[in-house]
Design a protein around this ligand. Structure first.
Ligand code: FES
Length: 123
């Protein structure tokens, strides 16, 4: 089965060193990060320590520092760095023709037996 990608719009909407959030109905909010090196990553927007909003953290290199208690998290792997332990789910992301795409099946929750599929909302 061919992968389906969700178009989030142009890369220019997220400044380097910043992040944007993507609310998902029935799912976890997603944070999309743009590093100073021009790379993009997506993680569930919840620190594994106490659910701090990683999108409000400081992006440096390919990691983000949580705004609540300063845990550092790899944007590539979602792993907590340093002496602390934990992991944040990563979301497959690609850039094509200057637009950001997330793997749809990683963003949209499976359809429950008696309800509609959870759809992401524009940020
Ligand atoms: S909630 Fe992120 S370090 Fe505590």
């Amino acid at each position: 089965m061919e992968a389906k990608w969700l178009d989030l719009g142009p890369t220019t909407q997220i400044e380097a060193g910043m992040a944007a959030t993507l609310p998902v109905i029935g799912g976890e909010e997603i944070a999309v990060f743009h590093t100073m090196r021009g790379e993009f990553y997506a993680l569930v927007n919840k620190c594994p320590h106490r659910q701090g909003p990683l999108s409000q953290g400081i992006v440096h290199g390919d990691s983000v520092t949580c705004p609540l208690h300063n845990w550092r998290i790899s944007l590539k792997s979602g792993q907590v760095l340093g002496d602390d332990e934990g992991c944040v789910p990563t979301i497959p992301l690609k850039i094509d023709c200057g637009r950001i795409y997330l793997l749809r099946e990683a963003v949209v929750a499976p359809r429950p037996a008696d309800g509609p599929a959870a759809e992401p909302q524009a940020a």
